[in-house]
Design a protein around this ligand. Structure first.
Ligand SMILES: NC(=O)c1ccc[n+]([C@@H]2O[C@H](COP(=O)([O-])OP(=O)(O)OC[C@H]3O[C@@H](n4cnc5c(N)ncnc54)[C@H](OP(=O)(O)O)[C@@H]3O)[C@@H](O)[C@H]2O)c1
Length: 230
């Protein structure tokens, strides 16, 4: 049984997680922590803190959770990769682990893996991401994360890869990675049609974080861990 503090329970993702965990004996939500609650004093014995709040809060919440002996699973957008090493050191100093997940979708992780492979042969690349008009951050945390991985693979400066954000009504969440070759173009497209796309990644991440040592980034750690267990 893993005891979970759900941080941001009233948002779109928070409500989705409530439904996802309903009836699962191995995962219990023991705290629901909203905007007006004090995070540190509301944890109620939780082992894992699943943060789904507002871009910019994730790293602070991860530190608070670790300071109080709780393993952070940060799904909130916008955790700067520069935060990873200090969070990892803090977690290890306490014998804890955690995970920062810019995107819980299996398909996005696979898209990124395919794109990283393509950078061995195709060097001209940009990202186009499309979301509903109400999304507060642009470019999306997923696009920034994808760009950072591609820049590293291509040996390019951070922030140098073109990322284009489209925000219009009616869209849900799509990301296209476009590679240019000689007289040819390769498009790797991921499309999301509903919150259920995040379900398997959230469940795998909760299992992974409950036993992790140190803080890692990316849902791939959770999918690999889950696949290794069979
Ligand atoms: N990793 C992924 O795969 C993934 C997927 C989708 C979304 N996201 C990210 O997850 C986050 C949540 O998304 P969403 O669509 O659920 O957003 P949302 O509907 O706007 O919900 C955010 C919730 O966070 C609450 N909140 C704000 N500040 C808080 C605080 N200090 N402590 C606790 N709760 C606080 C808000 O409370 P009020 O109701 O009082 O305003 C709101 O209920 C965003 O950063 C989004 O980009 C990540």
């Amino acid at each position: 049984m893993t005891k979970i503090a759900l941080i941001g329970p009233n948002g779109r993702m928070g409500r989705f997680v409530e439904g996802l965990l309903e009836g699962r004996e191995e995962l219990e939500i023991v705290a629901r922590i909203g905007r007006s609650d004090d995070l540190a004093s509301s944890l109620n014995g939780a082992q894992v803190g699943l943060d789904l709040t507002v871009a910019g809060l994730g790293a602070d919440h991860a530190r608070t959770l670790l300071d109080h002996g709780v393993r952070p699973l940060i799904g909130t957008s916008g955790v700067d990769p520069a935060e990873d090493a200090p969070l990892d050191a803090l977690a290890r100093s306490k014998g804890l682990g955690g995970l920062i997940v810019p995107n819980f979708c299996l398909g996005v992780w696979l898209q990124q893996r395919l794109a990283l492979d393509a950078t061995r042969f195709l060097k001209s690349v940009e990202i186009v991401e499309e979301h509903y008009s109400g999304k507060v951050d642009a470019p999306s945390g997923t696009a920034k994360d994808t760009a950072a991985q591609l820049e590293q693979a291509l040996g390019r400066q951070p922030g140098s890869l073109g990322v284009h954000a489209v925000r219009v009504d009616g869209l849900y969440s799509n990301q296209q990675i476009i590679f240019g070759g000689t007289g040819e173009v390769l498009r790797l497209t991921h499309q999301t049609f509903g919150l259920e796309a995040f379900g398997s990644g959230i469940l795998a991440s909760l299992g992974y974080v409950a036993q992790a040592q140190g803080v890692a980034r990316g849902v791939g750690h959770a999918f690999e861990w889950s696949a290794a267990r069979g």
